[in-house]
Design a protein around this ligand. Structure first.
Ligand code: AAL
Length: 385
């Protein structure tokens, strides 16, 4: 697939979640009727949304997808899978991404048929691998970063769904540590962490749960998934997904835990969950706050949200194209403790989960977007397809 630049439809009307949103409107209440009562829909249009048209705010984007080169898609029989990419980082002239890698003799067979060598799901019996690239499109798979530790260490059954933190010159990979196969309540897993002096490893397992499950009755008692660290307001802000375990439906939401030390202790926000929707976590510093791509699950799925304080999120934008599933963006200021985030323009996400139930395997792709303050709107418009 040829890479094409995305159609860009951005202007500069985004005002955070300011109650002064009306000022951004080039047209608003008829001047001759300033006290005209507003319908609920019109009130919301002024108070909640950030510009008169969705495409007029900086958190509106379309998304374009491009096949990656160098990560082998060819076997296609479900025995190899790459999924749930980390954020992308840039180090010594190369981009790095980590992801869940599974290579088993059979495709996933479901929980009942799973055993020590047969995976139950696409992320069972997995390891964390990594790849590097000079241009973000052609990648070289470098091999394993985090192996499954010996039983009974956290993650002995599977390590998956990782994300990277760079903090004070060291590298930290947070990941889900499974103690049982996915589908047999193994998904009720907590988050573990390994650390290294270089993105190429070697990685040392902390061998402790770093973000524990909530206590019985708390919203995150069953799982802590999709850890996603940023540095914000002088702290590590680690967002994560959990599931209210409705029988058998899961209500997925996202929470926040903060820390001064990458190995913890992490303190969960008293306002958790901070996002009422979403599945895998994708967030980035934007202006004074944090923006989130909220995908797949919940009443507010497939929206871009913004929290001026990193905690209180509102819908900022919708999109008219498919949002990246499990997006791991390149966030240049993810760890700089910025007080004015610049946003993102690309990353790696899921392309597709191929095959029928029990035979899934996942593929990674690149996404491009314009969720960045640096992009020249006019230039992008000129090159739109
Ligand atoms: C993903 C993530 C987590 C779940 C499973 C593997 O996309 O939300 O990682 O546990 O699905």
């Amino acid at each position: 697939m040829a890479f094409k630049r995305i159609t860009l439809l951005l202007c500069s009307g985004f005002l955070g979640c300011s109650l002064n949103a009306q000022k951004a409107f080039p047209f608003h209440l008829p001047k001759e009727k300033p006290d005209q009562p507003l319908s609920l829909a019109m009130q919301r249009n002024y108070d909640q949304y950030l510009a008169p048209r969705p495409e007029d705010n900086e958190l509106y984007s379309q998304f374009k997808y491009t096949e990656l080169k160098g990560l082998d898609y060819s076997n296609g029989d479900g025995t190899i899978s790459r999924r749930d990419p980390s954020k992308v980082i840039f180090h010594n002239g190369k981009y790095y991404v980590w992801y869940t890698y599974r290579h088993t003799s059979t495709p996933p067979q479901g929980a009942a048929k799973s055993n020590d060598t047969i995976p139950s799901s696409d992320w069972d019996l997995a390891e964390i691998w990594y790849a590097t690239s000079e241009d973000g499109i052609t990648w070289k798979e470098q091999g394993v970063a985090i192996e499954r530790p010996e039983k009974p260490n956290v993650g002995w059954r599977s390590v998956s769904t990782t994300d990277i933190l760079v903090y004070k010159g060291k590298y930290y990979l947070y990941y889900q540590g499974f103690m049982e196969a996915s589908g047999k309540r193994g998904d009720d897993c907590p988050v573990a962490v390994s650390y290294a002096d270089s993105p190429d490893g070697p990685w040392t397992a902390h061998n402790k749960i770093v973000i524990p499950n909530g206590s019985k009755g708390e919203w995150d008692q069953f799982s802590i998934h999709d850890p996603y660290p940023l540095v914000y307001k002088d702290k590590i802000y680690l967002y994560y997904k959990s599931d209210f375990d409705g029988d058998p439906r899961l209500v997925r939401m996202q929470g926040l835990a903060t820390a001064d030390n990458p190995l913890g202790p992490f303190t969960k926000s008293p306002l958790n969950p901070v996002l009422n929707s979403g599945h895998e976590t994708t967030l980035f510093p934007f202006k004074e706050g944090i923006a989130a791509l909220v995908i797949k699950d919940g009443n507010e799925h497939f929206t871009v949200q913004y929290a001026p304080d990193g905690i209180n999120f509102s819908i900022a934008a919708i999109t008219n194209s498919l949002m990246p599933i499990a997006g791991g963006p390149y966030v240049p200021d993810a760890f700089t403790n910025t007080d004015y985030g610049k946003g993102i323009t690309w990353g790696i996400s899921h392309a597709i989960t191929a095959g029928t139930k029990g035979k899934q395997h996942s593929i990674l792709m690149r996404f491009d977007c314009d969720l960045s303050l640096d992009v020249d709107d006019q230039e992008m418009k000129t090159h739109s397809n």
